[in-house]
Design a protein around this ligand. Structure first.
Ligand code: M6R
Length: 438
């Protein structure tokens, strides 16, 4: 009787049964010895069981003392209970000695980024073939996943592969023109984001093929995509997304390499970047970033500038600061500065400038100089020092993957600013981990 995405779970006290059904919103049923768990996500019951049944739309289940029975909501006919064992460990959903999930998940990237070099070998090849055989490639996602999509657009372009990017929530004018020659690359941590699912369903109706880049296991997106690249970061509990972004981008970097005219796997580059990041992100750097956050956390606004790959990086850093600490962080392409943004710069306005050792280094430094000349306080996050920077957080030069290091600094700034302002970094106000409804 209900219209719209929903999942319902009802306890019948009289006969001591629980009924659960799904129409659009996720339902996972955990199976343990003499115990059952129902959640919208596996992480809700991961400490108790890894054996899971994922309901599909139009399916229901009845759980009572005898067991769990699945059935079709329309025909009422019994369905086989097909369980899968998720490869996430219970400890992965705990804080592991860290004060917050957010900090734990940021630090986990030292493992989850290089891990992507060993995953998805055959799936990436298959996805690359799909890309080569297509005429139009569209990258999409929401929030952090949309910034990952934008960053991937630059990585594909570097490999000579033209793509389009759109936020899934504004995909209509792009996907309206999807056809059997289109491949949509949908990026999502949860695989349950309503706008992303709607966008790919729209594209599928036009005949497009779907490549999904997902973190969470057993999601709707995984089930409906033609090829799924599972990025293997483990459960992301903090509402603010971190390790999913970097693992998705590293995976897309591999896909871009294998989709180029001269296909090559950049897995060794990712592994090497992982080792460099491990050496770089030591206590000394963490302390420096925490000290910088202490200088910034009383600010109401800050701006983040970047160019090329550092532009989506700027967007992602601004979002981390916004979500975690409620400081208004706004990202701009440094090329946009003179077209209006510079009017915002005032004495001591904090302005984060993201740089990389690339063709745009001097252009970005020139933008920093423009802001500094108007009294702005310039925080350089880059693999180089520059006289334009008032303070520098030096990141390693990882070539195109410098974006990963620069974003990690933005994530940490968001975390430490949240702590300084007394905000809960794991559960920002008004936000849900996955936005499963429109
Ligand atoms: O699960 P998804 O990756 O599809 O989620 C998309 C966005 O809702 C998500 O990235 C959101 O923007 C996070 N709060 C970012 O930290």
């Amino acid at each position: 009787m209900l219209a719209g995405s929903n999942a319902i779970c009802v306890l019948n006290l009289k006969n001591k049964e629980i009924g659960v059904c799904r129409d659009g919103s996720p339902v996972a049923i955990g199976l343990a010895t003499n115990e059952f768990f129902i959640g919208s996500d596996v992480t809700a019951f991961l400490p108790y069981t890894r054996s899971v049944v994922f309901l599909e739309d139009g399916q229901g289940a009845i759980i009572n003392k005898i067991g769990c029975k699945m059935f079709s909501l329309s025909t009422k006919k019994a369905l086989a209970l097909k369980s899968t064992v998720v490869d996430w460990k219970a400890e992965a959903a705990q804080k592991d000695g860290y004060p917050h999930y957010l900090l734990k998940e940021i630090m986990e990237q030292l493992v989850t980024i290089p891990k992507t070099a060993h995953l998805n070998k055959s799936e990436i090849k298959k996805a690359a073939e799909m890309i080569k055989n297509s005429k139009k490639i569209v990258l999409t996602g929401c929030g952090t996943a949309s910034f990952c999509a934008l960053a991937a657009k630059y990585l594909f372009a570097q490999q000579g592969v033209a793509t389009e990017m759109c936020g899934a929530y504004e995909s209509a004018p792009t996907l309206e023109f999807a056809s059997t020659d289109t491949v949509v690359i949908a990026i999502s941590q949860s695989g349950e984001t309503a706008d992303t699912l709607l966008a790919i369903k729209r594209a599928q109706k036009k005949g497009a093929k779907i490549i999904a880049v997902i973190n969470a296991r057993g999601s709707t997106l995984e089930r409906i995509a033609d090829v799924s690249l599972m990025v293997g970061s483990g459960p992301e509990i903090a509402v603010v997304s971190t390790k999913a972004f970097t693992a998705q981008l590293a995976t897309l970097y591999r896909l871009a390499g294998l989709s180029s005219a001269v296909p090559h796997d950049v897995a060794p580059i990712i592994s090497k970047a992982g080792s460099t990041l491990k050496e770089w992100l030591n206590k000394k750097h963490l302390k420096k970033i925490a000290r910088l956050a202490a200088e910034l956390h009383n600010q109401e606004h800050l701006y983040v500038l970047g160019k090329d790959l550092q532009y989506p990086a700027a967007m992602e850093c601004a979002l981390k600061v916004k979500e975690a600490s409620y400081i208004h962080g706004e990202a701009f392409s440094s090329g946009e500065l003179k077209h209006g943004v510079i009017a915002l710069v005032d004495t001591r306005t904090p302005c984060i400038v993201l740089g990389a050792k690339d063709a745009y280094e001097n252009e970005v430094r020139a933008s920093a100089a423009e802001v500094k000349a108007r009294g702005g306080y310039i925080i350089g996050i880059a693999p180089f020092e520059a006289p334009e920077f008032d303070i520098t957080i030096k990141t390693p030069n990882l070539g195109p993957l410098t974006i990963l290091a620069n974003v990690i600094v933005g994530q940490l700034l968001g975390y430490y600013c949240a702590i300084g302002r007394g905000a809960d970094p794991d559960k920002p106000r008004n936000l849900a981990k996955s936005v499963t409804v429109k």
